[in-house]
Design a protein around this ligand. Sequence first.
Ligand SMILES: NC(=O)c1ccc[n+]([C@@H]2O[C@H](COP(=O)([O-])OP(=O)(O)OC[C@H]3O[C@@H](n4cnc5c(N)ncnc54)[C@H](OP(=O)(O)O)[C@@H]3O)[C@@H](O)[C@H]2O)c1
Length: 240
Amino acid sequence: MSKHQRNILISGASRGIGRSIAEQAFKDGHNVSIGLRDLKSVEESKGSTFRIKDDSLMFSKYEAKDKTSAELWVEKTKDKYGKIDTLIHCAGILKKTPFNYEDDEEEDIEELWKVNLMGPWILTRACWKYLIKNKDSRIIVLISMSGKRSKGKLASYTTTKFALMGLSQTIRNEGWDYGLRVTTINPGWVNTQMASDVRSIRKEEMTQPKDIGLIVSRILELPNNCIPFEININCNLEKI
Ligand SMILES: NC(=O)c1ccc[n+]([C@@H]2O[C@H](COP(=O)([O-])OP(=O)(O)OC[C@H]3O[C@@H](n4cnc5c(N)ncnc54)[C@H](OP(=O)(O)O)[C@@H]3O)[C@@H](O)[C@H]2O)c1
């Protein structure tokens, strides 16, 4: 049981990094509210450590491109747990649209902006009035090393992640005096479905999602005067 029980909203926890963070948070004794596109995806997944009927766990329909679903999820969580002091953004998509994209790839670029940038923006805005009521709220944003440097030709993904970094830094500025602290987590390759077709590095050599779950678990225990602004994580040496 964590020393400080938090009421956590987390997106992108049907699988991958979000799922590992949510399972660890649940294990640590926090109340965990998961926003999902497909409500059955967690219940049906194998090897889950969730106790689906547990009072410390709730699920709500959430589509990052749908503002109403974000607002309803936030209100349902507030009604159930009384307050919201932690928001963790893990929903995200990767499309390999390059700078010199084909005409029919414009929709892909728009979708990336909607999910990777506007999704977290709208959800944070919907939570804001609850987050700033506490003196020690937390926002954790899964960005990427692609939010810090451009490697290869992933123009569309990389630009959304740079923008998400800018948004996260601004939210940090606006929330600081309310005791709200924002941490961005910036991994290289992590062994999830998103990295399933990566061939340059073996799956077991990639960062494992459960280890990111442990990092987040630790951040949630730290006091306001010791919060990392950014955590860059890599599984291989990037030559500068
Ligand atoms: N894996 C990596 O190598 C890596 C590296 C750096 C950063 N990241 C970032 O870390 C985050 C999590 O990635 P991951 O590796 O865990 O990816 P993942 O396994 O593909 O999981 C992505 C999650 O986002 C959800 N999602 C996607 N589109 C959504 C939408 N429109 N509305 C609501 N939820 C949506 C998915 O839900 P559904 O089940 O409904 O599809 C899923 O839960 C992402 O932001 C990603 O960019 C990943």
